[in-house]
Ligand binder design. Structure first.
Ligand code: HEM
Length: 276
């Protein structure tokens, strides 16, 4: 009985995810299945000839490059990396907007410019037009990076400034502290989305801002995460006004891989009289 459970779990887990993620017509032949359809999400795959992650994994399995346990591990990684990080990012971003009404108003004005009086849901084009919200999210990731530190094992010695870091050293890169360096960000505790205006970004070192890490092992879900963040914050701000309950100075973090507060982050929502 016990021996059967892992096998059952494999089929169940992967089967469930596949059912949700792959078009019912035909899991592998996605391009054929979507021919003639033109909604923008389908076009993202069909027109640009991109293969969805699970399609890729199944193709790799058919070529004997990965087994079903391997696929499950890949799915688990995506679920873990993509869920808690975005949830933490959202809490801090909404808390910051609640505590900075002037900035929240500017986000709302931008939403009105994009959606007018319509109640339609956001498209990819709308998300790309949310420049101010984009800056607010980036600034909230600066102050509260959902992944506060990353680690690297040194395979070879590296000289940094006048220090040699020998091979075999385990290095922790403290994103939280980097993002609050006075040398990089004057008045670092201030929530100022305009730090991410293109002209201001251009003045900083490329690695001064690394909420998604950098280099070949950076976050693979970075663009998706920004789309999720924008969709959710936009949906909330269009319908609700946020008021502060938890403030920045109330925050006390736990030691964890994700930036977590030891107490819940509270925000008061009131329905907007003229929601869009
Ligand atoms: C606000 C949201 C997110 C943040 C802040 C974030 C941050 C990060 C960081 C810092 C890393 C690098 C870890 C390291 O260098 O050790 C990473 C890796 C990764 N992230 Fe994200 N992430 C987010 C959302 C997502 C989403 C939505 C997905 C998938 C849908 C995702 C999938 C991954 C994967 C698979 C890796 C490992 C990449 C590799 O090792 O090559 N992440 N993420």
């Amino acid at each position: 009985m016990l021996r059967k459970i892992p096998g059952f779990k494999d089929t169940f887990l992967i089967g469930n995810v596949l059912e949700i993620c792959l078009p019912p017509e035909n899991g592998i032949n996605f391009f054929e299945a979507v021919e003639g359809r033109d909604d923008e999400y389908i076009m993202m795959y069909a027109k640009k000839k991109r293969t969805a992650m699970l399609d890729l994994l199944i193709l790799a399995q058919q070529e004997g490059l990965i087994n079903s346990i391997g696929i499950e591990e890949e799915v688990d990684t995506f679920m873990f990396e993509g869920h808690d990080t975005t949830a933490a990012g959202l809490s801090y971003c909404l808390m910051l907007l609640a505590n900075h009404p002037y900035i929240q108003d500017k986000v709302f004005v931008e939403q009105r410019e994009i959606f007018g009086d319509t109640k339609r849901t956001a498209t990819l084009k709308d998300l790309n037009a949310m420049h101010y919200l984009d800056r607010c999210i980036k600034e909230s990731f600066r102050l509260y990076p959902p992944v506060p530190f990353i680690s690297r094992w040194m395979n070879e010695s590296v000289t940094l400034s006048n220090y040699t870091v020998p091979a075999g050293t385990s290095c922790n890169i403290h994103i939280y502290d980097l993002h609050r360096s006075e040398l990089l960000y004057p008045n670092p505790s201030l929530f100022d989305p305009d730090r991410f205006l293109p002209e201001n970004v251009a003045k900083r070192h490329h690695y001064a801002y690394i909420p998604f890490s950098a280099g070949p092992r950076n976050c693979i879900g970075q663009k998706f995460a920004m789309m999720v963040m924008k969709s959710i914050v936009s949906g909330i701000i269009r319908n609700f006004e946020l008021h502060p309950v938890t403030t920045c100075s109330d925050l006390r973090f736990q030691v964890d891989l994700i930036l977590r507060n030891s107490e819940p982050v509270y925000i008061k929502f009131t329905k907007r009289e003229i929601a869009i």
